[in-house]
Ligand binder design. Structure first.
Ligand SMILES: Nc1ncnc2c1ncn2[C@@H]1O[C@H](COP(=O)(O)OP(=O)(O)OP(=O)(O)O)[C@@H](O)[C@H]1O
Length: 305
């Protein structure tokens, strides 16, 4: 097994970020989005999934994107990552979509979407996100080659380092396994390690906890938070779970019917929310104060007719 010192000298990440400091504060956002509209289809059957969304993410910032099913969260996340399939009838319009100062709009005319370099994603279902045919070691080989690590020894050591980082021991066995040979929790950790081993500057986690019970969900959020903070990676969490997001994000974006209706510091949103949907969402968070309520509020209690 590699020693801590060896791992630190070999890891791509630790070469770039070798302190426990918080990420550097710079004026330039890692992601800038202005008036982003995404439409599926055309004519009468067109669905505007995201409407004129504008926001920025600073380096190292933790942003939560919350909203009900169908509000456009995944469409927004996939568009930012460059993974929206524009060849399948989606149209993207924006006055600005920049990642680290460079244009990042999905390319029209490509038959397969290409992920924006520097942005990584983890998905809700690791079983379908991981390639079922390749071993875990083979999947790391592919990702690390893309990050410039091509030597067999360095690749094996970097893979073991990242598997350890996400709490997996017996790394040789894990590397030899195919996804179906691992438990669900292990697969999810592998997916997180794969996403972070190329030192992304923005990690998008789309519903990382919705398939997990409460304690595993908290553990997953803690792991994502600790690892991204260590690397100075900004984090965009897409989630239904407003309670976890309140705790694990700096900024909250609330989406309703394709629009970003509220953008607030997470520490202040409970006191300062103005949109009726946000108030409704926050009203549904179980607290000690509302434990005796006979029923939690529903949307029509807050939204105008
Ligand atoms: N490929 C597609 N073709 C047509 N309409 C789509 C497509 N993908 C999503 N939509 C529609 O776009 C809207 C936004 O969907 P999206 O999946 O982005 O929402 P979401 O907030 O992520 O929902 P969930 O939380 O259930 O994943 C919905 O009305 C959905 O039906």
């Amino acid at each position: 097994m590699t020693t801590t010192a060896e791992r630190e000298s070999l890891s791509l990440s630790s070469r770039k970020h070798d302190t426990d400091d918080y990420p550097p504060v710079t004026d330039r956002p890692v992601l800038g989005v202005e008036d982003l509209t995404v439409t599926y289809g055309t004519g009468d059957s067109a669905v505007v999934a995201v409407r004129e969304a504008s926001f920025e993410i600073a380096p190292g910032e933790r942003v939560a994107l919350v909203g009900e099913s169908g509000s456009g969260k995944s469409t927004l996340a996939m568009t930012i990552a460059g993974l929206l399939d524009v060849s399948a009838g989606a149209t993207v319009e924006s006055t600005r979509l920049e990642f680290e100062g460079s244009p990042a709009l999905p390319e029209t005319g490509r038959s397969v979407p290409r992920r924006t370099d520097g942005i990584a994603m983890v998905f809700q279902d690791a079983m379908t996100a991981l390639d079922p045919v390749w071993t875990i070691g083979g999947q790391f080989k592919h990702v690390l080659a893309g990050a410039g690590i091509k030597g067999r020894r360095e690749r094996a050591d970097t893979t073991a380092y990242w598997l350890n980082k996400v709490g997996l021991s017996d790394t040789k066995r894990v590397m030899r396994s195919r996804p179906y040979e691992l438990s669900g929790g292990m697969r999810q950790r592998v997916m997180t390690a794969l996403a972070l081993c190329g030192s992304p500057r923005l990690l998008i986690a789309d519903e990382p906890t919705s398939a997990l019970d409460a304690s595993l969900a908290r553990g997953t959020m803690e792991l994502l938070q600790n690892l991204t903070q260590e690397q100075g990676t900004a984090l965009l969490i897409v989630s239904h779970d407003i309670k976890l997001c309140l705790e694990f994000s700096d900024t909250m974006l609330v989406m309703y019917r394709g629009e970003l209706v509220e953008q607030k510091a997470s520490a202040e949103i409970v006191a300062t929310a103005t949109h009726p949907y946000t108030k409704g969402l926050l009203g549904c968070v179980p607290t000690l104060a509302n434990r005796s309520a006979t029923r939690l509020p529903v949307l029509r209690d807050f939204m105008p007719a």
